[in-house]
Design a protein around this ligand. Structure first.
Ligand code: SF4
Length: 311
């Protein structure tokens, strides 16, 4: 795969990029961009990263305006961690199908049914679900977070059943998984890995823990997207079992590497809804703003802070 993540000054997008950079300076905004975003959006980002890295950046940001190029739960997390900032999601319809597989009310009912239980919530959840949880985790720190829970406690892990099963195996803990999944990762198979190994015999296969266990078992490494970026420094040829834009992200940092998606069709449609034109409009109008009820934000923050305290 070539490097579509680089948009030089001669690219068609250059005028929009210049406008956004000018507006960013004028409004003192910080732009946080997830690894799965369209590669051209990397050109206007202050920080590019996975959920954990961007959550840290949001907590550290002292900017009055945060523009989040990602999906809704990520922008909510930025708002929770930077309550004084105005947080803008350029495309308000950019949700996450996995996050939509659970609600705060449904979690409350399940919690009562399993009581006593400790609820560990993947950050890919709406704010009201985080507010009903004991501690949050990301794919990068889920094993550490679960290991921090008292060993005699049963754990309800929401909402990704594949990440829950992977963590249960790594920690040997009694984990009840919520039956959610990510449609981008859940449909990879071990046959995809076998085919990739035939096509690229000298590449390492790295898969995201949202994939089914059979895919993780067939892979050489299991890593979050941030972990994949770090592994690229050691492995110049990689096949990635995750959203297909991730190869552009790797090639941005390592232009001489080679990188192939495990399936080219593994595309998160919501992650592709943000465009340069929408970011420019968002900076001009400082809308659409992400807002949360104060009590929900406060309780969600407690669950995120418990996670951050472990990092
Ligand atoms: S890749 Fe999956 S988990 Fe991530 S935003 Fe898209 S649907 Fe949600």
């Amino acid at each position: 795969m070539n490097n579509p993540g680089r948009s030089g000054p001669k690219s068609a997008a250059a005028p929009l990029i210049s406008d956004i950079i000018r507006l960013k300076r004028k409004t003192q905004a910080v732009i946080l961009t997830h690894n799965y975003q369209p590669p051209v959006l990397f050109e206007i980002a202050d920080f590019i990263g996975d959920s954990l890295e961007l959550a840290r950046r949001a907590a550290e940001a002292s900017a009055p305006l945060i523009v989040f190029c990602g999906v809704k739960f990520m922008a909510e997390t930025a708002k929770i961690l930077s309550p004084e900032a105005r947080v803008i999601l350029p495309e308000p319809k950019a949700g996450c199908q996995m996050a939509d597989m659970i609600t705060g009310a449904a979690l409350r009912m399940k919690r009562e049914e399993l009581d006593p239980v400790t609820v560990v919530a993947y950050v890919n959840t709406p704010a009201d679900v985080k507010a009903e949880s004991d501690i949050c985790c990301t794919s990068a720190n889920a094993v550490r977070v679960v290991n921090s829970v008292a060993s005699d406690r049963r754990i309800l892990f929401v909402p990704d059943k594949n990440l829950a099963r992977y963590v249960a195996r790594e920690t040997r803990r009694d984990i009840v998984p919520w039956e959610g999944h990510c449609y981008v990762h859940a449909f990879f198979t071990a046959a995809d890995v076998a085919r990739a190994r035939k096509e690229h015999p000298d590449a390492v296969v790295v898969s995201h823990p949202e994939c089914p266990l059979e895919v993780l078992d067939a892979s050489d490494h299991v890593a979050s997207t941030g972990g994949m970026v770090r592994l690229a420094a050691e492995h110049p040829r990689m096949v990635l079992g995750t959203e297909s834009s991730m190869c552009s992200r790797i090639l941005r940092d390592h232009p001489d590497n080679r990188c192939w998606p495990l399936r080219r069709t593994a595309v998160c449609k919501n992650m592709k809804m943000t465009t340069l034109a929408k970011v420019k409009a968002a900076l001009q109008g400082q809308v659409p703003e992400v807002t949360l009820p104060a009590d929900v934000a406060e309780r969600a923050r407690a669950a995120i802070d418990r996670m951050m305290a472990l990092s």
